[in-house]
Design a protein around this ligand. Structure first.
Ligand code: SF4
Length: 383
């Protein structure tokens, strides 16, 4: 039990784009591990558990605000702005964040709840089950309650408790697998092994919870590219997760953990290397029915999307097209995509956009010699 005083509704810094309209409850602060070399999300922040009674207070605040706002809502859950503004005037300022969050959640159809921060399942299991049950009781209409969790944490939770968490409403977990290569896992200080990932994935599925996993193309650099692709596919083939999310590796800005901590990996991964790696990864997936998603601005191809096994070849179309281009057109595509001028490879057919990219190269002094470095800098802007 901690004597920490409650200082109002609290949110952590990380809310995935897919959870933009979710209710967010912060169970713990920052990351208890905080050593992965590719991640700067919580680097300067200290980890702590939040007291259960304070999380309950947060849930109560959101419940109170959501209940009041529902009375103001009209057709299709819309809350007229003038009513909202008038109502907000009566709400204490310390509850404004909760109020806005409740409005977005209602207007988006009251679909999902997200538990923060880096690992929502580190609290003691009985506290977690109590909190999840309370959330379910307050917001029974919610379809999805989800969190990030480390494989290591999942391995430490008994099957019985995981099933109780599922029964209490937790129906989706995302684990950052990043890679199945033991060597790369060690080099990037992920803090878990390939077998931890497999055990964790299987446990989540056994509990009847939807499993989403993140894979990080490029994380093994040039040296481990093939091993990273094949070993990651091997982990996935053994788990058959519901969703696989591809998020390409980019070294965090102002640091270069890649070279500091992973010198053995030799070269930074180029876009071409990452594209080939993704093809090898997808081609090595076998006997599974997962859905792959890649709609993140850090990815050179955001349309590597589909469900296995049927969409396997469709998913690689854009990448294959990229490799049929001559070098100049490949560079135009890379700069266009990284600068936000292009959304997909089809934009190469848009002469206006191609001209914009050519002008950008001249203005910014992008040359063959500095291309790779400039591409990394452009990617870092999206991190
Ligand atoms: S466990 Fe997750 S949040 Fe923590 S350092 Fe690693 S990637 Fe970042």
């Amino acid at each position: 039990m901690t004597n920490e005083l409650y200082s109002g509704f609290e949110q952590g810094p990380m809310k995935p784009p897919s959870e933009l309209n979710s209710l967010v409850f912060r169970f713990s602060r920052n990351c208890s591990w905080n050593k992965c070399t590719f991640c700067s999300l919580y680097k300067d922040n200290k980890f702590s558990f939040r007291p259960v009674n304070q999380i309950m207070d947060d849930i109560n605040i959101v419940y109170k605000q959501a209940k009041s706002l529902m009375k103001l809502s009209r057709s299709q859950n819309e809350i007229p702005n003038e009513h909202f503004i008038n109502f907000k005037k009566k709400v204490d300022k310390s509850e404004h964040v909760a109020l806005h969050m409740a409005r977005a959640w209602i207007e988006a159809g009251m679909k999902s709840i997200f538990i923060q921060d880096a690992d929502g399942l580190e609290l003691n299991p009985s506290d977690l089950i109590e909190l999840l049950s309370y959330i379910k009781q307050c917001f029974p209409m919610t379809e999805k309650t989800t969190t990030f969790a480390k494989s290591h944490t999942i391995v430490g939770i008994s099957d019985e408790n995981l099933k109780k968490m599922a029964d209490a409403g937790l129906n989706q977990i995302t684990i950052g697998i990043e890679t199945g290569s033991e060597e790369v896992l060690k080099l990037v200080k992920k803090g878990c092994s390939k077998s931890d990932h497999i055990k964790a994935g299987k446990k989540i599925k056994k509990a009847g919870i939807t499993l989403s996993v993140n894979i990080m193309p490029g994380l093994g650099g040039e040296k481990y590219s093939i091993e990273h692709a094949k070993e990651s596919a091997d982990v996935i083939n053994q788990i058959n997760p519901d969703f696989i999310y591809l998020l390409s590796y980019v070294p965090p800005e102002n640091t270069d953990p890649f070279t500091e901590n992973t010198k053995k990996m030799c070269e930074m991964p180029t876009d071409s290397l990452i594209a080939k790696e993704i093809c090898l990864f997808i081609n090595s997936l076998d006997g599974i029915t997962s859905t792959i998603e890649s709609d993140h601005s850090l990815n050179l191809f955001e349309d590597v999307t589909g469900t296995l096994p049927l969409d396997k070849s469709k998913m690689m179309k854009s990448i294959e097209k990229f490799f049929t281009l001559d070098q100049k057109r490949q560079v135009i595509y890379q700069i266009g995509k990284r600068s936000g001028i292009f959304a997909s490879i089809e934009d190469l057919n848009n002469t206006g956009k191609v001209r914009q990219v050519e002008q950008k190269c001249i203005q910014d002094g992008i040359t063959r010699e500095n291309l790779d470095q400039r591409l990394i800098e452009m990617k870092q802007k999206f991190v």
